[in-house]
Design a protein. Sequence first.
Length: 348
Amino acid sequence: MDWQIQSVVLVTEIAAGMIFFRLLIPFFRRVKTGKFDLYIGDRFKKDGSEPKFAGVVMLMSAVLGLTAGLIGRGVKGELENAGTLNITAVLGCGAVVLVITALGIAQDYHDQTKRGTGLKTRWVILIEFVVCLGFSFIAVKTGAAGTKLLLPFHLGNIELGFTFYPLTAALMIGIINLTELHDCPGGVTDYGCDGLCGTTVMMFSLACAGACSLYPWAVLPQLLSVVTVGCCAAYLFWGLSPSKMYLGRSGSKFLGVMAALITVTTDLPLIYLTGGIVFIADGVCTLLGFVVFKHKKQLLFKGLTLHGHLSKRGWGDYKIIGISAIVTLLGAIGVFMYIIYANGILLE
């Protein structure tokens, strides 16, 4: 995708997102506090009124960015070139993002007001599975993904056949929930690190955008990556510590499903093993802590997650964010190497 089109997408999202956040924060804060005030207070100080619902604004920004990208490709004549975007695949991605983010919005509304659906976790996961399963069929039908899994180190391909569909849905749900965990376990902002999840997802998306830009067959994941970078950049202006608006379930689900779609549409899902290493580390530490507590009734870590543990050890938000960003960028090396390796195999 042309660098000029990428620039248009980023500028559109960042500018629109920053404006949307400033205009909508007072309205979302009213949902939490019951009071409306256009003045949101000191940007560099919390006052306890910070709302959730960041996913709503990020979704709006993503729609504008994606639209700008498609229009830009049409103007530049890229829609007729190699690596053309399949509109059905794009619409499928949009439908998945809309439904998953809507689940997060409903959860945020319930958390902030104690009203609304209050869906049980098992029902949320079931809905996510059905939606992701449907997308896996669309991805194969449109050519956005294949049923073969390319292994590294010249170990060849594994034909997954029909098992590709439930495995892909499970992978997407795993990525979505790892992203939620990386933000705030259970959506409790006291356990979070303001701006951490947005920064890490932005680094992951930057890596994928850079790697996919090398090859014309990776147009869709590249566009999704650039759109995600723009959303994260707009959010971090308001969400970086001290946050004036939390990601909430809506924001973490939005970022999670975007990361999942990027991973699946590259048709190289193993890139998440290195690109998503920070998310995986949080998940592994949380699982180990749970298992140890279950069997020995002892706490393995001081926090529920790795970043929660580091925070309890006295690490500041910016130190945790900086280390996570560096580790994610190091993991990006694996993303580049794997995509370069995959392109060599495809050419052969």
